[in-house]
Design a protein. Structure first.
Length: 134
């Protein structure tokens, strides 16, 4: 396991070599207060996950569309044509300001549907204990 990113809440993302250290690693979230969870099959799919997640979680500025469109331009070489098209569709939507003050482009259901469509992963939502306690 190789940690590569930290969330604001103290969780970490890691490359997880489940069976073979020479195979492409899966991406897992190492949670600081509960079980860890599988996120994506590989780094490319993780990028799509995070690019959709920020459209759901939101941004504190109504300029969220411009930010996400710029991000899509810089990351498009790592994405499939279908992923680029669907992300572009999302990023064309008008932002909605939530009760929390954040501007979003997706609700939870839309996010989940796009994740299932663009980066299907049979282990998503599976959890595991990183450490065994006695």
């Amino acid at each position: 396991m190789v940690l590569f990113a930290q969330c604001g809440n103290g969780d970490f993302y890691a490359f997880y070599y489940e069976h073979d250290k020479h195979s492409e690693p899966q991406i897992v979230r190492i949670c600081h207060d509960c079980e860890s969870e599988y996120v994506a099959n590989n780094l490319q799919e993780f990028m799509v996950y995070k690019m959709l997640e920020v459209a759901m979680v939101g941004w504190d500025s109504p300029n969220i569309k411009e930010y996400l469109q710029a991000q899509l331009r810089t990351h498009s070489t790592y994405l499939t044509p279908v992923q680029i098209e669907r992300l572009n569709d999302v990023y064309q939507k008008e932002p909605v300001k939530g009760d929390d003050g954040y501007w979003t482009l997706l609700d939870d259901d839309e996010f989940e549907a796009l994740i299932d469509e663009l980066i299907p992963f049979d282990k998503r939502d599976e959890t595991f204990e990183l450490y065994e306690y006695e």
